[in-house]
Structures are given as structure tokens and as C-alpha cells.
Ligand binder design. Structure first.
Ligand SMILES: NC(=O)c1ccc[n+]([C@@H]2O[C@H](COP(=O)([O-])OP(=O)(O)OC[C@H]3O[C@@H](n4cnc5c(N)ncnc54)[C@H](O)[C@@H]3O)[C@@H](O)[C@H]2O)c1
Length: 276
């Protein structure tokens, strides 16, 4: 099959495109950065974890790709501007942004939530996404060749979680609102904006949380009970394909979409039962 003489498979390739991935030092961000590079993108990883960034960059280079890592704190507007200034200087363009960086949040019930931790969570997990999108969008608009943004939300972005996951869930709902608004506002500039909703993926972040619980095995079983495909997500195997699809020309008519990558969790829903 071909579209205007281009083999369908080529429409997934990202050769020569500059892709910026926040949170690239660990977990989903690491796998997404390596995955985009394997499809030909030039990758810029931004993160506060310099050691982890180095691992990601070295992996991409060892696999024949091109990547740099830039220290960036997405809760700090100046740090984000410095990241994008570095991208301007090195590559002169940004075609793809993946907003993934996230700050782990203590579980606290709404009635006990202090303003400080609330604001810190919003700053990284929502305002950071907006500021990175704004910096990317401004450049994409000025260049006039469109672009693609993927925001990593969560299954917690369209259903309530309870159990003290209050502010996390609020930020992930916010990411979906941000995605839809940007998709509409920037469609006229050829910038597509989509979101992904992962279920529980076995990343260092999730593993740390599971291991800190009194019975990690029982907790893992309980999480899997809500996933019809009967396993946790694997960052290497399960996230790259959906992200590559959304940022590539294969998804040229796809914008404002919220794509669950959740083994059927949101379709199932009743898996959230309190008692059985
Ligand atoms: N792992 C899951 O089960 C799961 C499920 C649903 C959604 N998600 C979402 O996927 C994304 C990645 O999660 P993960 O499990 O891979 O997390 P992770 O903890 O493994 O990685 C998060 C990365 O973000 C970086 N980071 C933290 N604060 C930052 C800041 N201020 N500026 C820049 N970078 C910062 C960390 O250093 C780390 O490298 C998050 O948005 C998370 O909400 C994860």
C-alpha cells in the first residue's frame, strides 16, 4: 500500500526530526527517547537527573542514534527556556515534544492536603507540561512547518482514583484538558497535540512505590486485577509504538485524541470495585 507514492511503513519514520523528551532519564521517558531515536529522530532529553540522562544518551548513541541530554527542571520557567535555547543553538528546530516528566507525590486525602505540596505537584505535572508545550509551540508556529506534541497523562486522567491520589489525579485530568485546548488552538498551525493514558507500567518510579508497600506481591496482583490483558505495562515493549504512531505522519489526521495504553483498564472500569 502506498499514499502519494510513500510506502505506508515510511510514514512511521522520524528521520531528521528533532524530538524533545522531558523525564528522559528514567522509566517511560527513557524508553520513549530510545524508541523515537530508533525511528530516526534526533533526541534531546531534558531531566533533573543528570546521571539517568547520561544513561539514556549513551544507550541511544550505542544503538546508532543521535542524542543529547540537557539538565532541565520543568518546574522552573527559566530552566525550560534554557533547554529550548540549547535546542535552538544545536539543531535550530523542534518537531516533536513529549511531555513526560513527573514528580512523585505523597498520597494524601483531600481534607488533609496542604497548599505547598499541592502547588509543587501542579507546578511539575501540569504547569511544566504547559510551559514546555508553549516553548515548543512558539517555535513550531514561527517555523511554519507544524509539529507534534504528546502529553503523558494516565488512566487517572479520566477516572477518579481515590485512596489519597488526589492531586496526582487532578493534574492528570488537567493534562487532558491542556491537550484538547492546544489541539484546537494550534490545529491551524499544523501542530497536532495528543495524550496517552498509561495504566500501571513497571518503571523505576512504580517499582519504588510498590516495593515500599507492606505486601508488594499482593499489591501487584491487585493492580493487575484491573487490567484485562492481565499484566502491568512494560516500558520497552508497550509505550514506544503508541508514541511513535502519534508523533509520526502515520497519524497526520489525529489530533486532540486521548489514547489509553492500559491493557483495557478504562474499557473495563468495574475493575475499580471497592469490595469484590
Ligand atoms: N509508571 C506508571 O505506572 C505510570 C502510569 C500512568 C502514567 N504514568 C506517567 O508516565 C510518566 C513517567 O512516569 P515514570 O513511571 O516513567 O516515572 P519515573 O519516576 O521513572 O520518571 C520520571 C522522570 O521525571 C523526572 N523529573 C522529576 N521531576 C522533574 C522536574 N522537575 N523536571 C524535569 N524532570 C523531572 C525524574 O527525574 C525522572 O527521570 C509520568 O508523567 C507519569 O505520571 C506512569
Amino acid at each position: 500500500m502506498s499514499v502519494e507514492g510513500v510506502a505506508e511503513v515510511d510514514r512511521f519514520r522520524l528521520d531528521g526530526r528533532v524530538a524533545l523528551v522531558t523525564g528522559a532519564a528514567s522509566g517511560l521517558g527513557h524508553s520513549i527517547a530510545a524508541g523515537l531515536a530508533s525511528y530516526g529522530a534526533i533526541v534531546v532529553g531534558g531531566d533533573i537527573n543528570d546521571e539517568g540522562l547520561d544513561v539514556t544518551v549513551k544507550r541511544i548513541r550505542a544503538e546508532g542514534g543521535t542524542a543529547i541530554g540537557v539538565h532541565c527542571d520543568v518546574s522552573d520557567e527559566a530552566s525550560i527556556e534554557a533547554l529550548f535555547a540549547r535546542v535552538d543553538e544545536e539543531f535550530g528546530r523542534v518537531d516533536i515534544l513529549v511531555n513526560d516528566a513527573f514528580r512523585p507525590i505523597d498520597r494524601v486525602y483531600p481534607q488533609d492536603h496542604e497548599l505547598g505540596p499541592w502547588e509543587e505537584a501542579i507546578q511539575v505535572n501540569l504547569t511544566g507540561y504547559f510551559l514546555c508545550a508553549r516553548a515548543a509551540g512558539r517555535r513550531m508556529i514561527a517555523r511554519g512547518q507544524g509539529g507534534s506534541i504528546v502529553n503523558i497523562s494516565s488512566i487517572a486522567g479520566s477516572s477518579g482514583m481515590g485512596r489519597g491520589n488526589f492531586v496526582y489525579s487532578v493534574t492528570k485530568h488537567g493534562v487532558i484538558g491542556l491537550t484538547r485546548e492546544l489541539a484546537i488552538e494550534w490545529a491551524r498551525h499544523g501542530i497536532r497535540v495528543n495524550a496517552i493514558q498509561p495504566c500501571q507500567f513497571l518503571t523505576p518510579g512504580l517499582k519504588k512505590w510498590i516495593d515500599a508497600e507492606p505486601d508488594p506481591v499482593a499489591l501487584t496482583k491487585n493492580l493487575v486485577r484491573g487490567i484485562p490483558l492481565d499484566r502491568l505495562g512494560d516500558p520497552e515493549r508497550d509505550i514506544v509504538g503508541p508514541v511513535v504512531f502519534l508523533v509520526s505522519d502515520a497519524a497526520a489526521m489525529v489530533t486532540g485524541v486521548v489514547l489509553p495504553v492500559d491493557g483495557g483498564n478504562l474499557a473495563f472500569n468495574a475493575g475499580g470495585s471497592k469490595t469484590w
